[in-house]
Ligand binder design. Structure first.
Ligand code: BGC
Length: 679
């Protein structure tokens, strides 16, 4: 203990030996730490780092935001690739793209000298009013899980730790520092926890960030039930828990240590030397509790290579053409064609003479000066940004004249939507309204009077209501915040170089009161408590089961081509709990251009002793087809796909009887149905 080592001696200590087993290195280093050094490791310094311990050669472990690009500082001194926001990446339904994204952003993290990326954010999109909807992936737990696994695997393939956040039920910004999300056990198990659990069990996530809010009365950072019991003991998490920045404000030191919170960020408050000493001396936690927390942090330090020969670690790189192309590809594949009456789109570059480009988001850029301009902690600073107008100008050069007056144009494109100001798609506050700002509605209505060939392109990170204008507009596109290559991606889709294939991962409601969390004030915004009264009926589970027509359903998105669904075959009629069944279906491109279809499989329990949703997503496949080409898609299902969580028995249960298998192009467009019996 407390021995002073020469540099040479340090190099020869067992924990420095790269060929020694990980757990042996961890235990060796842990055994050499004094109590004071352990306390020192419990809290951060200077926003993004842990404190170094020189005596043992423990360098600072550095972690940077965030989900759409790496941001090492808040002034933009170091630039990095700005990828499309998470809701856009999710709309690609492409797991390989999520993996590639994770890998690329981890390469940038490494190049910037950090060891952990504060992403992905995987909270369920419970309400379209959440200011952070754009940072999250979807309302559906199954899709959420698969996207999260792919992203975490991509990040950690570079020996950079992913930090899965915000654990758990951080589903709104209103009162986020104090509210208690009141959620029943079945709903936690079926909706809010599956993706978190999967990142542990299927992707070995190395870190979890606790939430600001309470879950059933207890803050995330001191929630023994969530952290120690579920995450660590039940799920087998081997990484460490870090607090969200200042999320420990209203917690208790002993409670956090006992719950399993390893690291308090950004600086020591509850984990200051004096608070830790006091709590330890009062017997609020044991040395075993503390050691277990430190052990986890050290383990991740080894996993990311903090003690290893840096030249042998995966190489980092930043702002490469490959990363920029990946950003463009995600943006292209995430764009969702919502409406295209009369096939106004795609535009034919040889037929359009004058194109009017208007609207507040035509020149959308993140902005440069202000941290909040990117919507909060997911802000980043790209080396360049191609706005929608930039992208169109480039595409149209010498071929189409871009003007501003719809009455003089062949076609008008209005770039409407939201931005990252407070009260819109931004961290810290929820959205103020579901609709577009009234000036934009007026702009759309005026333009359509002057020019019937009007396309509305929405730049937003969450659903907006469209009821007051959509009937009059022939074509509508949801383009999200598409990152630094957004303009190129958009121009490619609008002019048909890329056939749109994105599908919504969150239901767009017609009006807010249709939305599941908006039944009463107690369920949203709530007060000290937010009651998740809708239970498992989140997203399309609510709309389907309660017979409410959405504006656009979950899983919806059009293409410039068409697809036919045929020959649903299920390889067994009857199955039991040990069986796997295969469901196959033929998808044919019946149009005249290459296109990608996202084929979705839903399950319905026809008769059940408990309430169950009409549909639950249990499979999806994305397939690219040439005109007339057919491909057979095969889904495999097992008992997990038919079960629900029984809180009385504390386990997942499949009930005997008949289940429907529904295959479609959205949650509301089911083309083929079959049935199987569980016996
Ligand atoms: C956010 C986190 C973020 C952290 C560090 C918090 O306000 O909730 O998502 O990673 O700040 O910037």
């Amino acid at each position: 203990m407390n021995e002073i080592y020469s540099e040479e001696e340090l190099k020869n200590l067992p924990f420095m030996n790269e060929s020694l087993e990980l757990e042996k290195r961890v235990e060796d280093l842990l055994s050499r730490l004094t109590l004071a050094e352990k306390f020192k490791l419990c809290a951060g310094r200077m926003m993004w780092h842990t404190k170094p311990i020189k005596r043992l050669g423990i360098k600072s472990f550095t972690m940077y935001d965030g989900p759409h690009g790496v941001r090492p500082d808040t002034m933009g001194e170091k630039r990095s690739t700005y990828f499309p926001v998470a809701i856009c990446r999710a709309a690609t339904w492409d797991l390989m793209l999520s993996y590639e994204f994770g890998k690329a952003i981890a390469e940038e993290t490494r190049e910037l000298g950090a060891h952990m990326l504060l992403a992905p954010g995987i909270n369920i999109q419970r309400t379209p009013m959440n200011g952070r909807t754009f940072e999250y992936q979807t309302e559906d737990p199954y899709l959420n899980k698969h996207l999260a696994i792919a992203t975490v695997k991509g990040v950690q393939s570079q020996r950079i730790a992913a930090c899965v956040k915000h654990f758990a039920c951080n589903n709104q910004e209103t009162n986020r520092f104090t509210e208690s999300s009141e959620v029943d056990e079945r709903t936690l198990q079926e909706i809010y926890l599956p993706a978190f659990k999967a990142t542990v069990q299927k992707a070995d996530a190395w870190s979890f960030m606790t939430c600001y809010n309470k879950v059933n009365g207890i803050y995330g950072s001191e929630n023994y039930n969530l952290l120690r019991k579920r995450l660590m003991d039940e799920w087998g998490f081997r990484g460490f828990a870090v607090s969200d920045w200042n999320a420990t404000a209203y917690t208790n030191t002993g409670g956090c240590v006992r719950a399993g919170l390893s690291l308090e960020m950004p600086t020591a408050k509850k984990y200051s030397k004096s608070e830790l000493t006091k709590a330890f001396e009062n017997g609020e936690f044991t040395l075993e509790d503390l050691d277990e927390n430190i052990r986890r942090l050290l383990r991740v330090m080894f996993l990311v290579g903090l003690f290893d020969d840096q030249s042998k670690l995966p190489k980092g790189c930043r702002n490469t053409p490959e990363h920029q192309q990946l950003a463009r590809k995600i943006a292209e594949d995430g764009i969702v064609l919502l409406k295209n009456e009369g096939d106004l789109l795609p535009l034919d570059i040889n037929k359009v003479n004058k194109l009017a480009v208007i609207g507040p988001n035509a020149n959308f850029r993140l902005g440069e000066a202000d941290i909040w301009s990117g919507g909060g902690s997911s802000q980043n600073f790209p080396p360049y940004e191609i706005s929608p107008l930039d992208g169109l100008k480039h595409k149209c050069k010498n071929k189409v004249e871009i003007i501003e007056d719809p009455s003089l144009a062949d076609i008008t494109i209005i770039f409407a939507g939201l931005n990252h100001n407070n009260g819109m798609d931004a961290e810290g506050e929820d959205k103020k309204e579901l609709g577009l700002p009234s000036e934009q509605v007026n702009l759309i209505k005026n333009a359509i009077q002057k020019n019937a060939n009007t396309i509305v392109v929405l730049i937003s990170g969450s659903p907006v209501a469209m009821d007051d204008w959509i009937e009059q507009v022939p074509s509508v596109v949801e383009a999200w915040y598409g990152g630094m290559e957004a303009g190129t991606a958009l121009a490619n889709v609008l002019f048909g170089d890329v056939n749109p294939s994105g599908k919504l991962t969150m239901t767009f409601p017609k009006k807010l009161s249709d939305s599941p969390a908006h039944n009463s004030e107690r369920s949203y915004p709530g007060g000290d408590k937010v009651f998740y009264d809708e239970g498992i009926f989140v997203g399309y589970r609510h709309f389907d089961t309660n017979g409410i027509d959405p504006l656009f359903p979950f899983g919806y998105g059009l293409s410039y081509t068409t697809f036919a669904y045929n020959n649903l075959t299920i390889n067994k009629k009857k199955i039991n709990a040990d069986d796997t069944i295969k469901v196959s279906v033929d998808i044919t491109n019946t149009g005249d251009r290459v296109g990608k279809e996202i084929v979705q499989l839903y399950v319905n329990d026809i008769e059940s002793s408990v309430e169950r949703p009409q549909k639950e997503l249990k499979g999806f496949k994305k397939v690219e087809l040439k005109p007339d080409q057919t491909e057979t898609i095969v889904f495999e299902l097992n008992k997990d796909d038919f079960s629900y969580y029984n809180p009385v028995e504390n386990s997942w249960v499949v009930e005997k009887g008949w289940f429907k298998i529904l295959v479609g192009s959205s949650s509301r467009t089911i083309h083929l149905e079959g049935e199987i019996e569980f016996s």
